[in-house]
Design a protein around this ligand. Structure first.
Ligand SMILES: [Zn+2]
Ligand SMILES: [Zn+2]
Length: 171
């Protein structure tokens, strides 16, 4: 089984072993300068194999950050330990709600992850319940925008969400 690794300089390096099968060999492949053929620890020719990641491949074809995530929870695109610590330190667990005390937009909790801003309640839902089906919005059943308690959240279509909000205004 061959593997083609595309470098920043559009050079394709082929080998017989995938990075997953032999991490040591992958490490040497990722650090080999295609011009001189020499192994160079500083050479950054091969990028992390995770889409959109510009990091330099360090182990198993991933950058250090994605490798660490895989090490912590078995998923290179999972949640990083320091992210989890920061995330949960911004929540006030009351008897009624799990209130986000960090940054907010229009009352909804916001958090940065992988260089993008996300709604904290969506992150909490995906972390504790599972992926939110494509295109669905999260409705706060408790009508408390800062709440991130998954039991108070329900994924619904935009149409259904709007219908519920109209109903709420009339009532
Ligand atoms: Zn990466
Ligand atoms: Zn709530």
């Amino acid at each position: 089984m061959g593997v083609a690794i595309k470098s920043r300089h559009e050079t394709v390096i082929s080998g017989d072993v995938t990075p997953e099968v032999n991490p040591m060999l992958a490490h040497r492949i990722t650090n080999r300068d295609p011009k001189t053929g020499r192994v160079c620890p500083k050479y950054d020719g091969v990028e992390c194999s995770i889409a959109d990641c510009r990091g330099r491949a360090a182990a198993r074809g991933w950058c250090r950050d994605h490798y660490k995530r895989w090490w912590y929870d078995g998923n290179p695109e999972g949640f990083h330990l320091t992210f989890l610590q920061k995330f949960w330190s911004r929540v006030d667990f009351t008897n009624e709600h799990w209130l986000w005390v960090g940054a907010k937009t229009k009352g909804y909790g916001c958090v940065a992850r992988d260089g993008h801003r996300h709604y904290a309640h969506r992150i909490a839902y995906e972390m504790l319940v599972g992926p939110i089906p494509e295109g669905l919005e999260i409705d706060h059943l408790c009508r408390t925008p800062a709440c991130i308690w998954p039991e108070h959240l329900e994924p619904v279509s935009h149409r259904e969400n709007m219908r519920r909000h109209r109903e709420l205004r009339v009532a």
